[in-house]
Design a binder for this molecule. Sequence first.
Ligand code: RBF
Ligand code: MG
Length: 206
Amino acid sequence: MSSSAQVGSSEPHVLDHDHFDAKTIQEMLPLRMMSTVVRGFGRGSTDLGIPTANLDRTAIKLLNNSSNKALLTFDDLPCGIYWGFCRIGEKSAQGGDGTTVYKTAVSIGYNPTYNNKEKTIEPHLIAPPKDARRHASSCGETLMGVFYDQPIRLSVVGYLRPELPFEGLEKLVEAIKNDIVNAEQLGESSDKKVTDEKEWVASEST
Ligand code: RBF
Ligand code: MG
């Protein structure tokens, strides 16, 4: 870990947040987390047609897997674009959607296209191809309902790429659509490492 990584410090990570290589990041995975959904910047649905469920950073509970030697904190999480599984809502909620585990493409970081000053964790949930919500957004991706204040469980299983500053929304959207294709394919894996994560997201265990 470089001395400039500021892990555990209260300094904001503004410019200095890309100090991990892909292999190091993959070794930290899978990463399980729980939180509640908060209002994001409101751009995901309106600008991009790719809504995301933003995790409340003040409520994030990170569950380190046994292969993680170090205890990770929110600030330590390497920025990047990932794939995994996600579930939102209470299992018991009447008419709720809380039992469905969705494949997800996840952004962790500062959205360099927009230069955010705060780190966010935002999964885009991918409905199955024949689901009515699939391809229903303005750019043809999944349009879920609004999930504010609901509990969210997320397992980040694999690393896809670094987050990048794109020139223009079209290029950003194209990249995210490609991430979604990859997340969908990778989520089909029957490797135990992958199915264990799907099971954990479906469960109530911590
Ligand atoms: N924002 C970026 O600025 N650069 C990226 O490379 C980037 N990749 C993303 C990949 C995925 C799968 C998702 C869901 C989001 C990504 N975003 C990225 C974040 C995007 O800008 C953000 O969701 C919207 O601006 C809404 O806040
Ligand atoms: Mg969002």
